[in-house]
Ligand binder design. Structure first.
Ligand code: ADP
Ligand code: MG
Length: 317
């Protein structure tokens, strides 16, 4: 299928330094919907995915503050809540932007589950920090009370909860969304899927699925979704205009058109940040290895130009 998957990073949804209000979230989303509508106007299948780091952090804190009255929800449920609120935000803001361009397409949010393997080594090595920083005495109580794994962050001088980040294996709602996109009315829908990497679930012996306390890297999940749908283009949108080598150092160079082999070499040499640019590049390479045609890393202002081959970091299979 021709088509584009746009994976929006935290920055498209959350203004750094803001208070995290809903008005701010709407304002931030309004900055993104113009270019999304411009892409939607091309008429190709368009699918949107997004991160949820700040939003899930806020829900964890809400749960914590309300715990004496309302029992805290597990992480998979919080993941579902963030898909709901961010999907609704995209529906609310993208719809008028489509109308302004006279694009007759509708936005549809699909609560998405991502299967992970119960044997994934990540479950015995939690690595992904979530939520706020705690002083040591509180960290000790949380570890005992909830069995949380806690890790000390020297730079910020506090303890944080860490959860497993297993590899995404299968997007459970993928078949339904593919069927929709391939149908005669497919191009009139813009599905929002696999938010926050999808709700992590494991398959039980009876074939049903159960949520687990983990988070899935949204870039790796977007790559999986793009391959399962068979779209040609994966565009990862973040808060920098592309990937750089010697990032933040002397001799920094922003990559434009780059070959797969070259990008893979830079990744191996550790040019890309571990929990940030690294997974994006890895996600793109997996997408191209899995049959994808074009992979782009860019930011919101450059997205349309990047898709025309005029900006961003671009790799063609
Ligand atoms: P997102 O919310 O979009 O996933 P991340 O913070 O995870 O955002 O990743 C984007 C960040 O990656 C950039 O803001 C930048 O600080 C960082 N980064 C690390 N290495 C590189 C690199 N080599 N080139 C560009 N950005 C990099
Ligand atoms: Mg990230």
């Amino acid at each position: 299928m021709a088509g584009i998957l746009v994976a929006l990073g935290g920055n498209a949804l959350h203004r750094a330094g803001g208070r995290g209000s809903w008005d701010e979230a709407r304002g931030q989303m309004r900055l993104a919907v113009g270019v999304l509508a411009e892409i939607a106007a091309l008429g190709e299948p368009l699918v949107i995915s997004h991160g949820n780091g700040p939003q899930v952090g806020a829900l964890l804190r809400q749960n914590e503050l309300a715990a004496r009255e309302i029992p805290p929800r597990p992480m998979d449920v919080l993941g579902a809540e963030t898909q709901g609120q961010i999907g609704y935000l995209i529906q609310t803001e993208l719809t008028p932007a489509l109308r302004r361009r006279r694009v007759d397409r509708s936005v549809l949010t699909v609560i998405s589950r991502t299967e992970v393997s119960a044997d994934d080594p990540a479950f015995s090595h939690p690595s992904k920090p979530v939520g706020r920083y705690y002083p040591e005495d509180e960290a000790r109580v949380l570890r005992k009370q909830y069995g949380w794994a806690m890790q000390y962050d020297g730079a910020r001088g506090g303890w944080r909860r860490i959860v497993p980040s297993p590899r995404p294996v299968r997007w459970i709602e993928g078949t339904a969304v593919r069927t929709l996109l391939e149908s005669s009315v497919g191009s009139s829908w813009i599905p929002v899927v696999a938010g926050g990497g999808g709700i992590p679930v494991v398959r039980k012996p009876d074939g049903t699925y159960e949520g687990v306390e983990a988070v899935i890297d949204k870039d790796l999940a977007a790559s999986l979704v793009a391959r399962e749908l068979g779209v040609h283009t994966l565009a990862i949108v973040t808060d920098v205009p592309g990937a750089a080598i010697s990032f933040g150092k002397r001799g920094e160079r922003w990559l434009t058109e780059v070959s797969r082999r070259e990008l893979a070499d830079y990744l191996k040499r550790g040019e890309f940040g571990d929990g940030s640019m690294g997974p994006k590049v890895a996600a793109g390479l997996e997408f191209l290895d899995g049959g994808g045609h074009r992979f782009v890393i860019t930011d919101i202002p450059s997205l349309a130009r990047a898709l025309r081959g005029e900006a961003g970091t671009r790799v063609e299979a």
